[in-house]
Ligand binder design. Structure first.
Ligand SMILES: NC(=O)c1ccc[n+]([C@@H]2O[C@H](COP(=O)([O-])OP(=O)(O)OC[C@H]3O[C@@H](n4cnc5c(N)ncnc54)[C@H](OP(=O)(O)O)[C@@H]3O)[C@@H](O)[C@H]2O)c1
Length: 236
């Protein structure tokens, strides 16, 4: 149950949920490595977190990903936050945009799973990031991507049992680096507006969402599950 001395990789770990998972896991005694695309963010991360090793890598590049795994020891848990966001319905969005959103969310994580499970220690786990709260009519590609992640988790959990577990955390709109292109005022306004539709009348903290990944690493009898950390957004 304890993460002490566990080896953990966070793919998409230099910002937002992934960064916080890396921090919480390190606090519990784990040995953590993270991957990010943006060299500046990786450099800043390495400066701020000298006990965690961050590497620049585009995790959608299968050759680079395989080389990375081949260059390091295997892991007890591999977490992925790969994926993005998308607004727009099935008719008012371009086919390219919908296709790319599904590619970035589902196929990037499927490819990761197919490579990464070969580098997992027995009794280890894979944890993906899904998403809650959107509507098919205004977040088409994102919903398809999240549904595909949920289906993939159910399939892989059986395919990889009994040696490995597979789960996902499903957050809803949360202020993270994903929204770095929005102004601070717009983010504040979105926090206010979005909170109205959440039964708990607020948005999550990054720490609350990150603690879900930590739980899924710690509980050895949970597999095939999507852990919604979303204030009950879909219950309304
Ligand atoms: N925040 C929300 O409102 C929300 C809601 C529902 C679901 N989600 C899901 O949460 C995930 C995003 O997490 P976040 O909100 O914490 O966003 P974030 O702050 O932008 O963090 C994403 C992390 O992933 C890295 N990354 C992205 N693509 C990568 C790639 N191809 N290779 C390597 N690293 C990559 C980013 O590094 P670089 O920036 O350097 O690429 C960054 O470290 C997505 O799967 C998204 O669908 C988010």
């Amino acid at each position: 149950m304890n993460l002490s001395n566990k080896r953990i990789l966070v793919v998409g770990g230099t910002s937002g949920f992934g960064r916080e998972v890396a921090i919480q896991s390190t606090q519990q005694g784990a040995e953590v490595e993270v991957i990010g695309r943006n060299p500046k963010r990786v450099a800043t991360f390495n400066k701020e977190h000298t006990d965690i090793e961050a590497t620049v890598l585009d995790a959608t590049n299968s050759t680079d990903l395989k080389n990375y795994f081949a260059s390091t020891q295997s892991f007890d848990h591999i977490i992925s936050t790969l994926g993005g966001a998308m607004g727009g319905g099935f008719l008012d969005s371009s086919l390219e945009k919908i296709r790319q959103t599904v590619e970035d969310k589902f196929f990037a994580n499927l490819q990761l799973a197919r490579i990464a499970h070969n580098f997992l220690n027995k009794k280890g786990s894979l944890i993906f990031t899904s998403g809650s709260g959107g509507h098919p009519y205004d977040a088409s590609g994102a919903i398809v991507g999240n549904s595909a992640i949920n289906t993939m988790v159910a399939g892989l959990a059986v395919e990889l049992a009994p040696d490995y577990r597979v789960n996902a955390v499903s957050p809803t709109w949360t202020p993270t680096g994903l929204w770095r292109d929005m102004s601070e005022t717009d983010v504040m306004q979105q926090v206010k507006n979005f909170s109205q539709g959440v039964p708990l009348k607020r948005v999550a903290t990054i720490e609350e969402v990150a603690s879900g990944y930590v739980y899924l690493m710690q509980n050895d009898f949970v597999t095939g599950q999507i852990l919604n950390i979303d204030g009950g957004i879909d219950l309304n």
